[in-house]
Design a protein around this ligand. Sequence first.
Ligand code: C5P
Length: 324
Amino acid sequence: MSEAMVAQRVTVRVPGKLNLALSVGPLREDGYHDLATVFQAVSVYDRVAVESAPEWSVRTVGAYAPQVPESTDNLALRAAQLLAERASTLVGTEASCGPVALTIEKNIPVAAGMAGGSADAAAALVGCSEVWDLGVLRDDLESLAAELGADVPFLLHGGTALGSGRGDKISPVLSRGDLHWVLWVTAEQGLSTPQVYAECDRLRGDAQVPAPVVSEDLVSGLRTMEPDAVGAALHNDLQAAALSLRPELQEVLDSGLDLGARGALVSGSGPTVAFLVGSQAEALDLSMGLAARGPAGDILRVTGPVAGAGVISSRGPGPHLGTG
Ligand code: C5P
């Protein structure tokens, strides 16, 4: 992009994620756990607009905006400021990174085990590198992403991927076709991720915890995306902890399976429950069934895998540069 055409306002679309498998190793000295996980990016999206501005700011709008905690410590803003600090080192020449105003349209459920905050941070990295015309590749942003949070690198990439380390080391999983999901999102407050991990440790007590591993059954199920094979192999080591903190989730899981879901699990640290179904028609039937039975919650129909954070519109000071 030439200097005259540098974008001043960029909008990035970023998906939420599910964990199709989440195997949690022992607690590490740094407070994290080694994971073996399979992430899938699914079609519920936040939009993050990044605009050059006289000072740094962040504002949240959209369906789940009221549930975003009022805190100055917004991860997307932190992502923008971290990139500004490191940009010159990253590109190997003096980079000029003025303040930006971020507007986050929040459609990914909050504190729900879908990595919405991490998604916004990934989107801010992509949007700011465009606004500041840094010319960096997605891979260059990966180590900054991992510093911001364990799920942020995956949201840069999207698709279906194995996560190892803290979940921040990503390798893509090859698969063909789409999976259809119905998500149940609590109408109550969400769950805090550190609290759910702590509950998992508490429930394990002194038991010896093996190294985390993803089942071969899931990996082979994903090759064909056959819903019954994938459904039978879904597994989350944090589910017992989420159920211990929110026993009512058992009723949600049982209702969905009773209504014909091919598989069900709590997503990540919860409390969102993800039901795998075989088609769009099955998704519609299940969501109507769940809505009729309760317990109260939002019901979303999504598909995966979808791409990670990507620019959908870019506008310069002069004429419009793109559409979205
Ligand atoms: O990296 P992030 O800020 O998203 O992690 C939030 C919290 O979740 C961590 O502080 C830690 O308590 C827990 N966590 C963990 N092991 C992981 C990822 C997250 O214990 N691999």
